[in-house]
Write a protein that binds this ligand. Structure first.
Ligand SMILES: C[S@@+](CC[C@H](N)C(=O)[O-])C[C@H]1O[C@@H](n2cnc3c(N)ncnc32)[C@H](O)[C@@H]1O
Length: 305
């Protein structure tokens, strides 16, 4: 019987593509505070509706977790845009032992199945998508986290040019903690707050940064945080994608928050894709904006409050 069990949802399935029970529990690692599907007991959900993530390892991992959590006989609805994994859903679910009915709506494929009593291949999917030490990076990471198995070129560039900071600072959108690691090389840094909206990134960063000066926040950097004020510095490789779609307002919000949390003469160092209009964003908020580096499609700015 699944009727007494709660329903689950993963991500934000568009309402005009799939129905989600209004009381469904959100499990996305991109929703701060949401419970982790990893820690959900087996067969404890009546159903799951999932907007599947685009990366193959991440998607198969999330679907395997969901199938484990849904009680046999419960409904599992998975959808994804056709060009972001949607066309693969049916096959991937069939490998897990599901019998799938597939439909298409608004550029999405929608796969509906009933959780079978026996699952195949989920252990492999869970192991392939799990957090692990990535030898090449020397860092703890997980498929789905930003640039999970290679250093992003923008991050690499900023790492080459970051100054030695002092005092209290923040890393907005810290990811695995690469920038934070470099910042904490300076003994004059007394405190660094690492912020990311992705629980997996924060959990990896906690593994990667063993330093009592570091504090970790699984939160939306756009939200006000009374503990973040009068900072000496902020570093960021600002995101410009929100849930997979390009969103320039996200970068704008990050810069605005940096300007709010810095003290007078505090500095913000950021790397940005050249095509984004950062000068226009930075100039009204900071008294001095210096373009430090422009190369290979990236720009590094130092902005002084
Ligand atoms: C371009 S990546 C940079 C990651 C890391 N600093 C690096 O350089 O490798 C941007 C990061 O911002 C995070 N992010 C996206 N939107 C966010 C938000 N609203 N609040 C906090 N973090 C966010 C993403 O999860 C991602 O880890």
């Amino acid at each position: 019987m699944t009727a007494a069990l709660p329903a689950g949802v993963y991500g934000k399935p568009p309402a005009d593509v799939a129905d989600t029970p209004p009381e469904a529990i959100q499990f996305s690692p991109l929703t701060p505070g949401a419970p982790a599907l990893e820690r959900q007991a087996e067969a404890s959900l009546a159903s799951m509706t999932m907007l599947a993530p685009p990366g193959t390892l991440e998607r198969r991992y999330a679907m395997a977790l969901a199938l484990r959590a849904v009680a046999p006989g419960g409904a599992f609805t998975v959808l994804a845009p056709k060009d972001k994994g949607g066309t693969r859903l049916r096959k991937e679910l069939e490998v897990f032992g599901c019998t799938v009915e597939e439909t298409a709506r608004r550029h999405h494929r929608i796969a509906v199945c009933t959780r079978p009593s026996a699952l195949n291949g989920t252990d492999e999917a869970l192991s392939n998508g799990a957090p692990r030490l990535v030898e090449d990076l020397g860092l703890w990471s997980q498929p789905g986290v930003f640039s999970w198995d290679r250093i992003d070129p923008g991050t690499a560039l900023l790492l080459q040019h970051l100054p030695s900071f002092s005092g209290r600072g923040a890393d907005f959108g810290c990811g695995l903690g690469l920038l934070a690691h470099a910042v904490l090389q300076s003994a004059k840094v007394t405190q660094l707050t690492l912020i990311d909206i992705d629980r997996r990134a924060i959990e990896c960063a906690q593994h990667n940064i063993a330093d009592a000066r570091a504090q970790f926040r699984w939160t939306d950097a756009r939200d006000a945080d009374p503990e973040l004020s009068a900072l000496d510095f902020v570093v960021m490789n600002a995101p410009f994608h929100d849930a997979g779609a390009e969103d320039k307002t996200l970068a704008l919000s990050f810069v605005k928050r940096a300007a709010e949390v810095l003290r007078k003469d505090g500095v913000c160092w950021l790397v940005a894709n050249r095509h984004l209009p950062y000068e226009a964003i930075l100039q009204p908020l900071f008294k001095r904006v210096t373009l430090r580096i422009e190369t290979g499609g990236y720009k590094i700015y130092e902005a002084t409050k």
